[in-house]
Write a protein that binds this ligand. Structure first.
Ligand code: FAD
Length: 517
């Protein structure tokens, strides 16, 4: 006999955790099914070799690209999902991102809801995740109903210098919104020690606002919430009419188990949610569950992103570097009519990360060590919106393995963003170098395995012919199936996706609380 719950949530990351947090106070019986386990707190959490070279926290999955070439995707199967490794830069989309936006390679489609519809939950998400920032500093942001719960994380001296130089040059830098458990007024009481190990590393001291610490652990204190770890959902079963999910089939401890609930919410991440739906094909849903529109798995996006390391004359001994953002080119640039993107700073790069660049560096500066490079490096992350192309998609083969077909879009915009960054750096005193004879920027495009910002495989919309979910994120074709991870994005904008996934899950949670009451 299958165990029965009011709600089953599949996945405990940004979207699943926020939904559980919102539903838990209702007292309803909730089951969270998580494929991974708790990420161990161990010294390797902050070991650059273990994290970046060995890939200690990357899943062992093999996915395949359009040519059938295998690759290891940078996915993280833990309680907390990708947020265990994320950088906790918690941005809102711009209001314009919710409407149609013309890009160089096509149209970014409108959402079925507007920025103002989501705004209350953006505020709630910022308070839930203890975000530090200053609303009002970034001229491109939309209206906010509540200021951030914490003041912005202060810049360290080198970043403050860059911030002020940018302002003097007429740019509009702002303090990046950061989800960290930091109290700068009372450092002795603060969880966060402002270390370098935030972006791309798990937080050993649990001072990063991730889905495990902010949502899953708190809800597990309630008797009505159960979490099963190492529980991989394989497929969903429906009633004979195909309108209602009746069983969630899980692989656990080497065998298959089935769980039942009145409502099922998928939050397994954009690729895995599509995989579960496609693997749940039946007579009633021959192309995959909820896939009468043939949209499940399509419109995959993950940003057209670049990591850029600028090597400056001045040493950069910043520890927590993620405090500065710039959206001056978000919606366009001079003589360039298309949106360009967001510039932000990322975690400080370490010598071991440059190994692949060693030959080029030796050629440019034979006597300079990797440590010396690291000492002068200033690290940026550039994000340009990519478009939801129908042929950029997740499919699943007969073995249940994911195939990911992806062609980049808006490269011209991404190139322009890179040019704008170089222009800025060359004019803010980072042009003369003592480690190198000329300006040097390490630019790294993010390949298909860099699925950290994956989104869009089950987009929401008003028309069942062109979307998988309705505006409440309920599957058009089913009465009790919801999706609350980044799959629902019809477009991805050019800022990090997690806060939008969290805000939307809270919004769907309020809808479900009404429905279940
Ligand atoms: C290195 C890195 C840095 C990032 N930095 C930022 C940042 O600074 N700011 C930002 O906004 N975003 C950032 N992101 C992206 C952000 O983490 C994701 O957008 C966000 O976590 C997505 O939430 P989600 O709920 O869709 O998926 P996830 O958070 O990944 O959660 C999915 C969960 O489902 C589980 N799961 C998968 N398949 C199954 C299954 N079959 N059965 C049961 N459980 C399953 C997974 O184990 C996981 O726990 C970063 C990502 C990475 C990898």
């Amino acid at each position: 006999m299958a165990e029965r719950y009011d709600v089953i949530i599949v996945g405990s990351g940004a979207g699943g955790g926020a939904l559980a947090w919102k539903l838990a106070p209702s007292g309803k019986k909730i089951l969270i099914l998580e494929r991974g386990n708790f990420l161990p707190r161990e010294t390797q959490n902050w070991d650059v070799e273990e994290v970046f070279d060995t890939g200690r926290y990357i899943s062992e999955d093999t996915w395949y690209d359009a040519d059938g070439k295998p690759f290891q995707p940078q996915v993280h199967y833990f309680v907390g999902g990708a947020t265990k490794l994320y950088g906790a830069a918690l941005y809102r989309l711009r209001p314009q991102d919710f409407g149609e936006l013309q890009h160089v390679d096509g149209l970014s489609p409108a959402w079925p809801i507007g920025y103002d519809d989501l705004e209350p939950w953006y505020s709630e998400a910022e308070w839930l995740y203890q975000v530090h920032g200053v609303h009002g500093e970034d001229p491109t942001e939309g209206h906010w109903s509540k200021q951030y719960p914490w003041p912005a994380v202060s810049h360290e001296p080198r970043i403050q210098e860059i911030f002020e130089t940018l302002q003097k040059a007429g740019y509009h830098p702002f303090h990046s919104p950061c989800g960290v458990l930091l109290d700068e007024g009372h450092r002795e009481k603060s969880h966060c020690i402002r270390c370098t190990w935030c972006d791309g590393y798990p937080c050993m001291v649990h001072a990063k606002a991730d889905a495990e610490t902010m949502t899953v652990r708190p809800v597990l204190e309630r008797e009505n919430v159960t979490l099963l770890v190492d529980a991989e959902v394989l497929r969903l079963e429906t009633d004979a009419g195909g309108r209602s999910v009746t069983g969630v089939v899980v692989s656990r401890k080497g065998s298959e188990e089935t769980y039942e609930a009145d409502v099922v919410a998928l939050a397994a991440g954009a690729s895995n949610t599509a995989k579960i739906l496609l693997r749940s094909a039946s007579d009633r849903h021959p192309g995959g569950l909820a896939n009468g529109s043939d949209q499940v798995g399509r419109n995959y996006m993950f940003h057209n992103s670049r990591a850029v390391i600028a090597l400056a004359k001045e040493p950069n001994d910043t520890s927590y570097q993620k405090t500065l953002g710039l959206n001056d080119f978000y919606l366009g640039a001079e003589d360039f009519p298309w949106p360009v993107g967001n510039i932000q700073m990322v975690g400080k790069s370490q010598p071991a990360m440059y190994r692949g660049e060693r030959p080029k560096m030796t050629f440019l500066a034979p006597n300079v060590s990797l440590e010396e490079f690291s000492k002068h490096a200033v690290d940026f992350w550039l994000t340009t919106e990519d478009l939801p192309l129908p042929d950029n998609r997740v499919t699943v083969d007969g073995n249940g393995d994911i195939h990911l077909t992806y062609r980049s879009t808006n490269d011209k915009e991404a190139d322009r963003l890179y040019e704008e960054l170089k222009h800025i750096l060359n004019h803010i005193g980072m042009a003369s170098h003592h480690v190198l004879s000329k300006n040097y920027y390490l630019k790294q495009d993010i390949g298909i395995a860099g699925v950290g910002h994956q989104a869009g495989t089950c987009r929401f919309g008003d028309d069942p012919a062109t979307s998988v979910l309705d505006s409440d994120c309920k599957a058009h074709e089913l009465d009790n199936l919801y999706v609350t991870d980044t799959s629902f994005f019809p477009s991805i904008g050019a800022v990090n996706p997690a806060l939008t996934a969290i805000a939307n899950a809270l919004r769907v949670g309020d809808h479900l609380n009404g429905r279940l009451a």
